[in-house]
Ligand binder design. Structure first.
Ligand SMILES: NC(=O)c1ccc[n+]([C@@H]2O[C@H](COP(=O)([O-])OP(=O)(O)OC[C@H]3O[C@@H](n4cnc5c(N)ncnc54)[C@H](O)[C@@H]3O)[C@@H](O)[C@H]2O)c1
Length: 314
């Protein structure tokens, strides 16, 4: 592919999307960012991006969008992404995560064949459900455990079927749990830091023994760009992590970095209904393209604790 491309990014004010947009702008690509500016959007970062000549912002909802700007690649990050919300407000998840993807697929396939973009759907490791031993392959059955992962799995099915029925080129990317600077403080790491910096204990579901694999958002960006540049089309790529931690250990590490004594670090709260015990991905397929996880979890956690601006989403 040529060096400079036109990307439509949806959900580009969200946590992973903004890391992707920044990298593309720095690399000289033209980025058209479409975001509805939900509660999870980072408005501050839109000001930063607006100083780039190769950036356009469109406030729009992917569910009701009627026009897809010209582009070589569309990368869909837009989603309702927090499992706790999915349990209480599942409808929003069905609307954005499923119908929103259908709208985007229709708009993409509605273009002349020569102008149809490559469709990149950002999925999640959660579509496979949990796994106590071993790791999920891309060919494994999807067994989602909650309304969030169910809508993401359903969206993956839409993408595959639009590819086959309408000849649309696609890739589905399934990353592990992402972390990094300036994530909305509803997810474990930013929420725990946010609470501890305000003198409050972190909250842990159950006994804190659930295991998650942690992948830095910049490693995810590397993976997406690798798939765009070198991936086989109409293929799914897992993006895993070698860093597996129990939630309680993550919270203890944050407490040590913030300077909170272990005894005051957390309180346990009622378990999340449908909670997944552990996720794990076999990512040999994307490693064969040359991608690898580069960021060090403990080093980056320290940086996030130091640099997190707790007023950013206030
Ligand atoms: N964060 C993770 O750990 C993780 C891991 C694996 C996969 N994913 C997937 O990656 C993608 C991005 O996740 P994230 O953590 O950056 O999410 P996020 O919640 O931080 O951001 C989502 C963004 O999408 C926008 N948005 C929401 N609904 C919209 C709509 N209807 N129309 C237009 N924009 C809308 C929001 O305003 C926000 O800017 C999601 O699809 C998610 O399922 C996330």
């Amino acid at each position: 592919m040529p060096h400079s491309e036109i990307y439509v990014v949806t959900g580009g004010l969200g946590f992973i999307g903004k890391h992707f947009v920044r990298r593309c702008l720095e690399d000289g690509h033209f980025v058209k960012n479409i975001d509805s500016i939900s509660y999870a959007a980072d408005r501050v970062v839109n000001d930063e991006f607006s100083s780039y000549k190769n950036y356009r912002f469109y406030q729009s909802d992917i569910v009701t969008m009627e026009f897809l700007p010209e582009c070589d690649v569309i990368v869909n990050f837009a989603a309702e992404s927090h499992v706790d919300n999915a349990i209480t407000k599942a409808r929003n998840f069905c609307t954005t995560n499923f119908l929103g993807v259908q709208t985007l697929l229709e708009l993409a396939r509605g273009k002349q064949v020569s102008e149809r973009p490559l469709f990149i759907q950002i999925s999640t490791d959660e579509v496979y459900g949990d796994i106590t031993d071993g790791a999920h392959l891309e060919s494994d059955m999807l067994v989602p455990s909650n309304p969030y992962s169910a809508t993401k799995a359903a969206a993956d099915m839409l993408v595959k079927s639009w590819g086959r029925t309408y000849d649309l080129r696609w890739n589905i990317i399934r990353p592990a749990n992402n972390y990094g600077l300036h994530q909305y403080p509803e997810k474990l790491i930013p929420k725990s830091i946010w609470r501890m910096k305000r003198g409050l204990p972190a909250t842990l579901h159950g006994d804190g023994s659930y295991i998650r694999s942690w992948l830095h958002a910049e490693d995810t960006v590397d993976a997406i760009l690798t798939v765009i540049a070198k991936g086989e089309r109409n293929m799914i790529y897992n993006v895993g992590s070698r860093v597996e931690r129990q939630n309680i250990d993550v919270v203890r590490a944050i407490a040590a970095l913030v300077g909170v004594p272990d005894d005051d670090a957390f309180v346990t709260i009622a378990d999340r209904s449908g909670q997944d015990v552990r996720y794990s991905l076999d990512d040999s397929r994307i490693r064969a393209l040359g991608w690898s996880q580069k960021r060090d979890f403990d080093e980056e956690l320290g940086r996030i604790v130091r640099e997190l601006d707790v007023t950013r989403f206030a």
